[in-house]
Design a binder for this molecule. Structure first.
Ligand code: IMP
Ligand code: MG
Length: 226
């Protein structure tokens, strides 16, 4: 009791006697010396939605290491060219964000959104553009960034559509490649990892809109989607 009242007193003196709302409490300043290493996610991802994962197939570290390799390769290949990186929403959002931050060259970024599988775990084969590019790609070097190539139907449709707009070049970068599931031919120049023919979530990949925020990639427990 005594300790509690002393704590309260100490705190209210430090705050000038005012109980400030949460959002006004002191934040780290952007001008403080920055640390280059990102904080570990391990604690955050114990329990919670991690409980729905049967097994992790790619750790956050493995992903970050491979993304940096890809980014450096792409930066070398595109140096001196007018590069437009096009992300396919929503699945590519963490990948494209991490990828471009390992590429030290001038580039522009745009996004397209296409319809995916809804709440199912296999392809409908029907692709719809929900959001088109903001900019023209005529005469530009376009790198299309995807989370995963599964049947290949989404990218086949997108590539055919974008080719009609006369880019100087059009290449594909995908984080995951499920080669076994391919039903149409797709030329993927940059691939992060080969992926087993299982439904995976995390690092942008969703099931029914969830799990995109996991920093790693894993296979869902069957009980979640059965
Ligand atoms: P595709 O047209 O069959 O190649 O499928 C491409 C899209 O389906 C990807 O961009 C993903 O959004 C989604 N997709 C395919 N496989 C998976 C998976 O294992 N987990 C989550 N989404 C997937
Ligand atoms: Mg996708």
């Amino acid at each position: 009791m005594l300790a509690a009242s002393m704590d309260t007193q100490g705190q209210s003196q430090a705050n000038g006697g005012v109980n400030r709302p949460k959002q006004q409490q002191q934040q780290p300043s952007a001008s403080e010396p920055a640390e280059m290493e990102p904080a570990s996610h391990e604690e955050t991802w114990r329990g919670g939605i991690s409980e729905d994962i049967e097994r992790v197939i790619l750790s956050a570290q493995q992903i970050q290491r491979r993304v940096a390799e890809l980014g450096q390769q792409i930066a070398e290949d595109y140096r001196g060219r007018d590069l437009l990186v096009v992300g396919v929403l929503c699945g590519s959002f963490p990948f494209i964000a991490d990828l471009v931050r390992t590429m030290n060259l001038p580039l522009a970024i745009d996004f397209m959104a296409v319809s995916s599988y809804g709440n199912r775990t296999s392809s409908s084969g029907v692709v719809r553009i929900l959001k088109d590019l903001n900019s023209s790609i005529a005469g530009r070097h376009v790198l299309l960034v995807e989370d995963i190539v599964d049947s290949g139907q989404t990218l086949r449709y997108l590539v055919d559509n974008l080719q009609t707009r006369r880019p100087a070049s059009l290449e594909i970068c995908t984080l995951l490649d499920k080669q076994e599931a391919r039903t149409v031919d797709i030329n993927t120049l940059y691939v992060g990892f080969d992926c087993p023919n299982e439904f995976v979530v995390g690092y942008g990949l969703d099931y029914a809109g969830s799990y995109r925020n996991l920093p790693y990639i894993g296979v869902l427990k069957p009980a979640i989607y059965q």
